[in-house]
Ligand binder design. Structure first.
Ligand code: NAD
Ligand code: TDX
Length: 328
């Protein structure tokens, strides 16, 4: 198959491109990424001589570019990772989230329809379901109730994907995954921020009381789920992705502080995020029973491997911390 992967220089997209090229020796990946502050060509260094990988710097909102890539490379499937992805940035600057996440998705859907692409897969998030109380899990039937400009823009994109299936019969799938962690995670997000701050002798900032809960999944397990949905997903269906691994932010900070031998006083409580969702938890039963997906990582193994990865890749994350600090 020839795939158009968008956002393939970001955290999850780069892991996915590596997974696909390592798994299917006859697949070609056209990797379209704008290289925003979060995109990083060095995430793909090990793939630069791979003849089945073509990197193209460009915007998913660029109609002519997307259409020409589809036609020139005989694209059979589009997998859309490209997005503005950081909730805090969406609170201070929502406009770009609508432009990239909504307008960009619309452009990809139009191109898929006009050029006759066989499959379209939208990589979405559990955040579109809003926030849970202390019990229960998000299923695919949970109503959308996004609370941040980021999640609202992702929900808007999901609804367009749904509409293109219902209206034009486009062969689509949506995956909604919980929080990812693992290598190449941009160091503005909780886990890599805490590891890299820990190494640098800085505080580990926790929003509010640190009791908010996220459901963590190793990025490579997310990639195998997307692979399965791409190949076996039923047209028009949504699949939730998650590994039953809920942790409070306090627990995450403590695991990292313990591993790095940091005193607990380095964990500092700071001003809460506006509209901070209390708890996310995914019910992945549909993906497990209909497509046979199982995660490989336990969190205990994955988090140690991830901390070690950051300890061994200072040359990768140090320039990114600078970028994030400068707000570019
Ligand atoms: P990321 O911020 O690390 O990467 C996003 C990539 O998209 C970057 O490489 C960036 O350069 C690129 N991009 C941004 N705007 C673009 C544009 N207009 N045109 C082309 N490329 C553009 O994000 P991530 O964490 O890898 O997330 C990837 C996708 O997965 C997103 O759609 C996100 O909503 C979704 N998701 C993320 C998580 C998570 O925990 N990180 C969980 C569930 C779903
Ligand atoms: O400094 C921090 N301190 C803190 O307490 C940061 C950056 C975060 N937090 C809290 C906020 C959240 O409760 O940690 C939790 C995780 O925060 P993020 O890493 O920013 O992730 P989150 O907001 O949960 O969103 C992530 O998961 C779902 C991704 O960024 C999204 O793209 C994805 O859709």
């Amino acid at each position: 198959m020839n795939l158009l992967v968008t956002g393939g220089a970001g955290f999850i997209g780069s892991n996915f491109v590596r997974h696909i090229l390592g798994t299917y020796r006859d697949y070609k990946v056209i990797n379209l990424d704008l290289l925003t502050y979060a995109g990083n060509i060095h995430n793909l260094d090990d793939l630069k001589d791979n003849p089945n990988h073509l990197f193209v710097k460009g915007n998913i909102t660029d109609r002519a570019l997307v259409q020409s890539l589809i036609k020139d490379h005989d694209i059979q499937a589009i997998i859309n990772f490209a997005a503005e992805s950081h909730v805090d940035r969406s609170i201070t600057n929502p406009g770009i989230f609508v432009e990239t996440n909504v307008q960009g998705t619309l452009n990809l859907l139009d191109a898929a329809r006009e050029c006759g692409v066989d499959r379209y897969l939208q990589v979405s998030t559990d955040e579109v379901y809003g926030s849970l109380g202390e019990t229960g899990c998000f299923t695919e039937e949970t109503p959308l109730a996004p609370n941040s400009p980021y999640s609202a823009s992702k929900a808007g994109a999901d609804l367009l994907v749904r509409a293109y299936h219902e209206t034009y019969g486009l062969n689509v799938n949506i995956t909604r995954c919980s929080n990812n962690y693992g290598p190449f995670h941009f160091p503005e997000k909780l886990i890599p921020l805490m590891i890299t701050n820990g190494v640098d002798g800085k505080d580990l900032p926790l929003y509010g009381d640190g009791k908010n809960i996220r459901d963590w999944l190793h990025v490579t397990d997310h990639c195998t789920a997307i692979d399965l949905v791409l190949h076996k997903g039923k047209s028009g269906e949504v699949y939730n992705v998650g590994g039953h691994n809920e942790r409070t932010n306090n627990e995450i900070a403590e695991i990292i502080a313990d591993y790095l031998n940091l005193p607990k006083e380095r964990i500092k409580y700071v001003q809460d995020r506006l509209g901070h969702d209390l708890r996310y938890a995914i019910d992945p039963t549909k993906l497990e029973t209909e497509l046979g997906w199982r995660p490989n990582y336990t969190f205990d193994t994955g988090i140690v491997e991830t901390i070690e990865w950051y300890l061994n890749h200072e040359d990768w994350w140090r320039p990114l911390k600078e970028r994030a600090k400068l707000g570019i």
